[in-house]
Design a protein. Sequence first.
Length: 258
Amino acid sequence: MKTITIGRDLDNDIIIHDTKVSRHHLQIIQTGADSFRLVDCHSTNGTFVNNRKIDSETTLLPNDSVRIGNSTLPWQSYFANSKPIALPQSPKSNHSSGRVFSVVVALVAVVLCVFVVNHDMSDVFNVGQPKPVVVKMHEKNGVRYIPMKINGQELDFVFDTGASSICISLLEARILVKNGLLSNDDVIGEEQFRDATGRLSVGTKINLNTVKIGDKELYNVEATIIDNYGAPCLLGQTVLSRFGTYKIDNAKQEIVFE
């Protein structure tokens, strides 16, 4: 039996950074090969199954939709190793039912052909809807890093929701200057900030023309150059919030922007 916990706190299996999502919002429990149970963990804004708010817990059917906050959860994908659901076959009782069955087979064949071309069923059924941006994170010595581009320069940033904004060291700043991606015109001035040790330090506030994660891009983002060559690049919460709702899949080491 498999249990998936979902919420805003970092100890959940699926993490959704949305102010309308509680720290520990809900659990989905697999009770059989194709049977599931949803339990709302006394969330503040509730859990909706098929757009109906549930009281505390309910049985989930494979085609049910689950919504919390601003996110509709692809919860079926969290149990990807579950036994496939068998679909009932249409009876061939007469010529009419036989013709209907033939039409259904033809439609399925068309959908499968489109699927082969598109490689993604969401392109078939979600026309016009923006696709989520999935960014693979990597971990080193227990620290998570996210690949980003600032002013076109690719750098690895520490995923730090406790940081206030983007921080880079003097080393990265010199790389940007050397590559013609940062100039004196981008300097805003000096600012004081408090580092992880609680010490008050002075940094240089700059303007970044572009900040890009995956296919999502921001323009004119304020950042801080730390007066230290060995300081890590930090991606702070104020910048993350500008990318919109996002969630973290701990198992897949991915961050997904809705």
